[in-house]
Design a protein around this ligand. Structure first.
Ligand SMILES: N[C@@H](CCC(=O)N[C@@H](CS)C(=O)NCC(=O)O)C(=O)O
Length: 218
């Protein structure tokens, strides 16, 4: 696969793009990173993702693939090396189940944290985080993927990195070690792991992004 042409249309602050960067990193795939302006999308992005018009889009030898989880599964199928999804069909189905849970239940609950200080919003976010806390407790492993990072860990990057910064900018604290000991430990291990660490956007950049979002900019 040495002659492959791989391009990633992304945006630095996007957790969905970060998911794909982690997967590319795990497989040690060289790629060209193309930073999109989400407000002013390029003609290429609109051409390659005409349905959702969103990043990330992976272009592999001219073939576009969109939707972060779909892209990760594609990467895992095409490039050998460190596996991202389990080989066993049942385990694979379970990993897909949790990735879907993260996008369908967790993300909508967490993306309003900070923009809305409503107690119901915080309660709903905590309920979804508790589900993950329990799952880690039951599994008893370092990562959702077991001893190594897998699809579910990558899908949950918005919890591991984005949530804490978002809470800090909004001046609230729900994702704490006291409430979620397993999940916060998982987040630390994940964020500090080598394949993840340098794919993350700089903290100051994220804080500035959320300050702007929460109207805290002078
Ligand atoms: N379900 C998509 C979500 C992608 C997404 O929401 N991307 C955002 C950036 S974080 C985007 O491109 N937004 C531009 C827009 O909505 O117009 C995925 O998993 O890839």
């Amino acid at each position: 696969m040495a002659d492959d042409e791989v391009k990633l249309y992304g945006a630095m602050v996007s957790p969905f793009v970060c998911r794909v960067k982690i997967a590319l990193n795990m497989k040690e795939i060289k790629y060209e990173n193309l930073e999109e302006d989400i407000i002013n999308k390029s003609a290429e992005l609109l051409k390659y993702n005409p349905v959702h018009k969103k990043v990330p889009v992976l272009l592999h030898n001219g073939n576009p693939i969109s939707e972060s989880i779909v892209i990760i599964e594609y990467i895992d199928d095409v490039w050998k090396g460190v596996p991202i999804l389990p080989q066993d069909s049942y385990e694979k189905a379970i990993a897909r189940f949790w990735a879907k849970f993260l996008d369908d239940k967790c993300l909508p609950a967490l993306r309003v944290v900070g923009s809305n200080g409503d107690e119901k919003v915080i309660a709903e976010a905590c309920e979804q985080l508790q589900v993950l806390e329990n799952e880690l407790k039951v599994k008893g492993t370092k990562f959702f993927g077991g001893d190594n990072i897998g699809l579910v860990d990558i899908a949950a990057v918005f919890i591991a990195y984005w949530l804490g910064i978002r809470e800090e900018a909004a001046g609230i604290k729900t994702f704490t070690k006291e409430k979620f000991p397993k999940l916060t430990k998982w987040a630390d291990d994940f964020v500090n792991s080598q394949v993840v660490n340098h794919t993350l956007p700089p903290r100051e950049r994220m804080v500035a992004f959320y300050n702007k979002m929460f109207g805290k900019v002078n």
